[in-house]
Design a protein around this ligand. Structure first.
Ligand code: MIC
Length: 643
């Protein structure tokens, strides 16, 4: 039977289930990626699971998120992670070596392999022809321990690219076009596979841009074929031996299809405060700009820095604009320095920051209140920048740099000079000195600073679940709103009790206090609840504060799985109209929740305040019902080890 690239990848790794869209499958995981902000939890989970050594072909841990060291906390996490890498046999990428996704692609990505990562942008490695999926930390810990990864077999969505990109239009505009067409939940339950003649002109890093932000569409992942361009890319990284061809069979089909004529695209921009809020740049041109930031995993290629450098060479950035440059990796920084582009950037007024995520996760670079900040980043959820009343726009390096030069949002085609000519270097500036290989560290002790606190224990599902609705939120609530990140909160990623003070504080800062007072409680949400990041803290912390069920119109994939793993029931309204009937403060009750989950009938949630009953659906498999009944996936694993 003819297969597309996604089907080939899944078929080659399938260990359970069959490839029918909508049914649960299990796949073998070849590689894992963890970053510091989620990785400390993963290492604590490996410790709780009593793991001896990693069972994957390759696991790599990056320190890229929590790179500001304003006190001991982040620094202690780095020390802890290094010791855990030695203990379990994991590569350690030191702070300053760069953003996980780009470094991993350059150093470790292998076409045809699978990867699970505790970061929603893990899908970026799909650019190489990998099946790379973002997941909660616990799922990744299990993969490191050699367990399969279970997920719902997605539909495969073929997006055919034709034509060639016009001047001043680049890969970021392609993914922004996808977001303009399909919105932030357009990819839910789907793998996006790009194909067609338009692909040939996209470099591996251009494909990374498009694959990375498949996360913003809610897609399970994105895949590209592994073709001659991937061979060229791996060759330039000194890894041609890792290349293998992986392309769709000539008569392969897709569950659904879309086509983009690259020649018809224009510069696009996502307006505040959603990656789905996309319009042509010309529609918002002329607005004053306060800050421009170039960097992040969404535009990690050398060209994403070199083109801005060539645009500003011999010119000055506007005096009211803060022009921030965050080299994605040290490799990029070295190349920029060696080629002279760094000097052009700095001379034109660039503020140079260390290689890492920085402002993308609110780790510094918070913009001024209500002032426009144009970023080449993947996300602009409300408050994510660290400023509550932020105005963050997402765009290409060309559009961002145009604004740095003019001080207002500017379609780069209107700058009046030609697009700089950029050619990929034959050979990358490879330097692996900040990448520490695994050692034989069976006896290494985990070095835990005072802020590193073991995971809380969670009790099994009670015979009756009852409590008030403490929050009711709208559609597309992101994990940044549920469990904020940023310089204030991220240092507590390995300390759940301390982190609890910040839960939902962008939405309602009284939530932690009210949750502590009330104990068991419910949250009501709209569509696509929990979109965005993979951080399991967005499930663990509310659970720690007593959240037992979320009643929503729909859930984002990774957050849904995280809720299940930590035994918060994700329930969907059978009649979406019931969402309007429940109000904050209503007391809800579920009789015999475990029994109801096991039966085929909808779960009945009684609104005791209003005397109404809502029929709720769940998609839990028998395996997942076991998890929520026992109180968490960790309890299930622990009991299994001890039985
Ligand atoms: C993000 O972009 O939101 C993050 C920070 O990379 C997260 C992971 C995290 O919260 O640590 C993600 O994308 O999963």
């Amino acid at each position: 039977m003819a297969h597309n690239v996604a089907q080939k990848l899944i078929a080659a790794h399938l260990v359970e289930g069959d490839m029918t869209a909508g049914s649960e499958i299990g796949i073998r995981v070849d590689q894992t990626l963890t970053q510091d902000a989620t990785g400390t939890m993963v290492m604590l989970e490996l410790e709780a699971m009593d793991l001896d050594r990693t069972q994957t072909e390759l696991s790599a841990q990056y320190v890229d998120h929590n790179v500001l060291q304003t006190d001991f906390r982040n620094a202690d996490d780095h020390v802890f992670l290094r010791s855990a890498c030695q203990r379990f046999g994991i590569w350690f990428s030191k702070p300053g070596n760069g953003v996980s996704h780009a470094v991993h692609m350059q150093r470790f990505g292998v076409p045809g392999q699978t990867m699970l990562g505790s970061d929603s942008h893990t899908c970026a490695a799909g650019s190489l022809g990998m099946l790379a999926i973002g997941a909660g930390g616990l799922e990744v810990a299990l993969a490191i321990a050699g367990e399969p990864f279970y997920f719902v077999m997605p539909e495969i969505w073929g997006v055919r690219l034709v034509g060639s990109l016009p001047e001043w239009v680049s890969a970021k505009d392609v993914i922004l076009e996808m977001l303009r067409r399909h919105g932030v939940d357009g990819g839910v339950g789907r793998i996006i596979e790009y194909h067609g003649p338009g692909i040939a002109q996209l470099s591996a890093m251009d494909r990374h841009v498009i694959a990375n932000m498949g996360a913003e569409l809610g897609a399970t992942t994105t895949v590209f074929p592994s073709d001659d361009e991937i061979r060229r890319f791996l060759g330039s990284e000194g890894r041609e031996h890792d290349w293998r061809e992986l392309v769709a069979d000539a008569d392969a089909t897709y569950d659904r299809e879309d086509e983009i004529d690259l020649a018809a695209l224009e510069p696009l921009i996502a307006c505040p405060s959603s990656p789905g809020n996309v319009v042509p740049v010309r529609e918002v041109a002329g607005r004053d700009v306060y800050q421009v930031v170039i960097g992040s995993s969404a535009n990690p290629g050398l060209r994403d820095f070199a083109v801005p450098a060539m645009m500003v060479a011999g010119r000055q950035t506007q005096d009211r604009v803060s022009f921030d440059v965050n080299p994605t990796s040290r490799q990029t920084l070295e190349a920029l320095a060696a080629e002279g582009w760094l000097l052009d950037l700095v001379t034109a007024g660039a503020r140079l920051h260390q290689a890492g995520c920085n402002g993308c996760i609110g780790m510094g670079q918070a913009p001024a209140t209500g002032r426009a900040s144009l970023r080449t980043f993947p996300r602009n959820f409300p408050g994510r920048s660290g400023t509550k009343e932020d105005q963050v726009y997402l765009c290409s390096p060309e559009t961002a740099t145009a604004a740095a030069l003019t001080g207002v949002i500017t379609d780069p085609r209107d700058l009046g000079f030609p697009h700089p000519r950029y050619e990929e270097p034959q050979r990358s500036y490879v330097n692996t000195e900040m990448l520490v290989p695994p050692v034989d560290g069976h006896d290494v002790a985990l070095e835990k600073g005072p802020n590193i606190v073991s995971l809380p224990e969670f009790d099994p599902l009670p015979p009756r679940l009852a409590g008030p609705v403490l929050l009711k939120v709208g559609d597309d609530i992101s994990t940044d709103e549920i469990m904020p990140a940023g310089a204030r909160v991220l240092p507590y990623r390995s300390n759940i009790p301390a982190m609890a003070d910040f839960a939902f504080d962008i939405v309602d800062e009284t939530y932690p206090r009210r949750a502590r007072e009330s104990g068991d409680h419910f949250v009501v949400g709209g569509d696509n609840y929990g979109q965005g990041s993979s951080r399991e803290h967005a499930a663990i912390v509310p659970r720690y504060l007593g959240l037992r069920a979320v009643l929503a119109r729909g859930f984002a994939r990774i957050h849904w799985q995280n809720l299940v793993n930590f035994a918060v029931l994700p329930l969907t309204f059978a009649d979406p109209g019931d969402y309007d009937r429940v109000e904050p403060g209503d007391v809800l009750a579920i009789a015999d929740p475990a029994g109801q989950l096991r039966s085929d009938a909808p779960v009945e949630v009684v609104n005791e305040s209003k005397g109404e009953t809502y029929a709720m659906r769940h998609r839990l498999t028998a395996r997942q019902i076991e998890i929520v009944t026992r109180g968490s996936l960790i309890s299930v694993i622990r009991d299994r080890e001890h039985s």
